[in-house]
Design a protein around this ligand. Structure first.
Ligand code: E4P
Length: 216
């Protein structure tokens, strides 16, 4: 399973790249706004740090505008994936950009029918939003299960990227279900590395070592 970081914060990306656990990055307009930088500048900076897919989301809402932005984004770096909303215009843009060999990530997927349509339009990745479904008392992980099952049935090559991840259990459940990728905020990776028994074990080893250290 691949891990993507869902952030536009370069310092944070650098930190987790140093752990050797980052396969790519997803951004969205809210994450870029949080950083207060230009999209182009930040995508180029991220590309210097991570050697993997970097999703850059279109702002246009019409197909023509999305296609124009997508063609521009991919000039910034070879690893840029054009992130398109799951709308009729997004599907149209996906079809055109895919025919030009441009990689896409269809985002804001909340149903299996949307996932199937995005795959048919040629999406490289689809992003079902697990947490936002859970937030409205639906079962986000059930959606991942359904999409993975359908894509397996027809050997669909579009990758399932579990997005809107809220806690480490989401990552593990998505992994068990066979999602290809999970994109998560840096806080989730921080939580994944932690276990109280690891900390307790290190403290006990060091305390015991103190007792024999003078004999070394
Ligand atoms: C995915 O690419 C999105 O940027 C992200 O996962 C959305 O997550 P949120 O629901 O926590 O905003």
């Amino acid at each position: 399973m691949q891990f993507f970081l869902d952030t536009a914060n370069v310092e944070s990306i650098k930190k987790f790249v140093s752990w050797g656990v980052v396969d790519g990055v997803t951004t969205n307009p809210s994450l870029i706004a949080k950083e207060g930088v230009s999209l182009e500048k930040r995508i180029k900076e991220i590309a210097e740090v991570v050697d993997g897919p970097i999703s850059s989301e279109v702002i246009a809402t019409d197909a023509e505008g999305m296609i124009k932005e997508g063609r521009e984004y991919v000039k910034w770096h070879k690893n840029v994936y054009v992130k398109l909303p799951m709308t009729p215009a997004g599907l149209e843009a996906c079809k055109v950009l895919t025919s030009e060999g441009i990689k896409t990530n269809v985002t804001l997927v909340f149903s299996s029918s949307q996932a199937l349509l995005a795959a048919k339009a040629g999406a490289t990745l689809i992003s079902p939003f697990v947490g936002r479904l859970d937030d409205i008392s639906e079962d986000g992980m059930a959606l991942i299960a359904e999409i993975v099952e359908i894509f397996k049935n027809f050997d669909i090559q579009t990758k399932v990227l579990a997005a809107s991840i809220r806690h480490p259990r989401h990552v593990i459940d998505a992994a068990r279900l066979g999602a290809d990728i999970a994109t998560m905020p840096p806080e989730i990776l921080e939580k994944m590395v932690k276990h109280p028994l690891t900390d307790k074990g290190i403290a006990a080893f060091l305390a015991d070592w103190e007792k024999v250290k003078s004999l070394q």
